[in-house]
Design a protein around this ligand. Structure first.
Ligand code: NAD
Ligand code: MG
Length: 397
């Protein structure tokens, strides 16, 4: 039986890689729905190749344009977040790739979780914002959650087959979460003051969307991943050590009480974790070139420089504060990164803005989505204001 797959965020970096793997296995997978926001031409190209039953775009205007680009094709076009939620939860769907970037992915990803789907989670921001609600939805619906983020996929591959919450009794001592260190790893503090958007998105090992590329440059990506790992594997951040490993060949490790450390290695290509998630517990060809261990020759490791990259300790702080603090952290980061990419906020303004917002936030118990969305909205407003003030101060100095 072929599995029906919905790809949320089909036009993005993860979406394209997912469709590449799916196209290699027409005997296993068929595309149920593809979603995009504004890139209608790119989505139309994907619809011609993958022949989904549904496509979802961000606006009515975009929907009309998409239909005009697909004359004669048997496809239904839906609009906006409600459309994304519909194709994530539809009865015929077996698996959902959650690859919308940022908070915009929360509701569609949650819809897939509530509908009991196999959820392939790339959209880490959903878990950072609403980890408790999200994990409850997975448990209550009997959904299967498979981490696609390369580090979490590696950890998942190295963990023992123990029930949630019992890693310690299964002999796990801790998790080593690897980080490439990003494009600015060797920048001096004074070079950090003048980082341009082009420098920040020039990741040495991975080709990714713009937002996660900036997150990799600030190390906020590792901070978000730390929180993601705490929710996914039901561990505390004290059990997770962040290790900078510039070659990005080891994608993370699990340490056991007997002294064993298991690592997952491979070329840095997201099609490996995507294929693992799609086929789990089986293995399929992902189109990824073999790891040449001789050419790799050496693997380096160092501790992260938390002074130079304050976003990492800020994420730890948010996790320790609990409640809506992680949602505040995520929202402030999304605004600060967007302002930086638009050329309105200097690079070091990103952690400064996040810290200011986090310090001012009233942390609430995230009892429902409304509380989380209120915290998210408040943090976005505060971050926009703080970013403007920072830029004015920066220009005056
Ligand atoms: P991207 O920017 O390349 O693509 C984002 C996708 O989301 C696009 O299809 C876009 O149309 C859609 N989108 C954006 N805003 C939207 C909105 N408001 N409503 C609906 N759709 C919207 O991003 P990416 O690099 O593919 O990353 C996607 C997610 O996967 C992120 O959460 C990221 O952290 C995570 N992730 C990515 C990688 C990677 O290698 N790219 C690795 C690990 C995790
Ligand atoms: Mg990652």
């Amino acid at each position: 039986m072929r599995q029906w797959v919905t790809v949320l965020g089909a036009t993005g970096s993860i979406g394209i890689s997912t469709l590449d793997v799916i196209a290699r296995h027409p005997d296993r997978y068929q595309v149920y729905a593809l979603t995009a926001n504004t890139r209608v031409e790119a989505l139309a190209d994907l619809c011609r190749i993958h022949l989904p039953r549904y496509a979802v775009v961000g606006s009515e205007v975009a929907a009309e344009r998409l239909l005009a680009l697909l004359p004669g094709q048997d496809i239904s076009v839906l609009v906006g977040e409600s459309g994304c939620c519909e194709v994530a939860a539809a009865a015929d769907v077996d698996a959902v790739m959650a690859a919308i970037v940022g908070a915009a992915g929360l509701n569609p990803t949650l819809a897939a979780a509530r509908a009991g789907k196999k959820v392939l989670l790339a959209n880490k921001e959903a878990l950072v914002m609403a980890g408790g609600l999200f994990m409850d939805a997975i448990r209550d619906s009997g959904a299967t959650l498979l981490p696609i983020d390369s580090e979490h996929n590696a950890i998942f591959q190295c963990l023992p087959p123990a029930p949630r919450g019992s890693l310690e009794s299964a002999g796990v001592r801790g998790i080593l979460l690897t980080a490439s260190g990003g494009p600015l790893r060797q920048f001096t503090p004074s070079q950090m003051k003048t980082v341009s958007p082009a420098q920040a998105v020039a990741h040495p090992n991975w080709s990714m969307g713009q937002k996660i590329s900036v997150d990799s440059a600030t190390l906020m990506n590792k901070g978000l991943e730390l929180i993601e790992a705490c929710w996914l594997f039901d561990v505390d951040d004290s059990n997770i050590e962040v290790v900078v490993h510039p070659q990005s060949v080891i994608h993370s490790m699990v340490e056991y009480i007997d002294g064993s450390v298991l690592a997952q290695l491979g070329n840095p290509d997201m099609r490996t974790p995507i294929a693992y998630g799609l086929a789990w517990p089986e293995r399929i060809d992902a189109g990824v070139s073999r790891l040449d261990i001789i050419a790799t020759a050496r693997l380096d490791f160092e501790s992260p420089d938390e002074k130079k990259f304050p976003c990492l300790p800020l994420a730890r702080q948010a996790w320790a504060a609990g409640g809506t603090a992680s949602a505040v952290l995520n929202a402030a980061n999304e605004i600060a990164v967007a302002e930086f990419l638009a050329g309105r906020l200097p690079f070091m303004g990103i952690p400064a803005v996040i810290e200011e917002v986090l310090v001012a936030a009233t942390i609430e118990e995230p009892i429902d989505l409304a509380v989380i969305q209120a915290a998210d909205g408040w943090a976005r407003q505060q971050a926009a204001r703080a970013a403007l003030a920072y830029s004015v101060r920066f220009q005056a100095s």
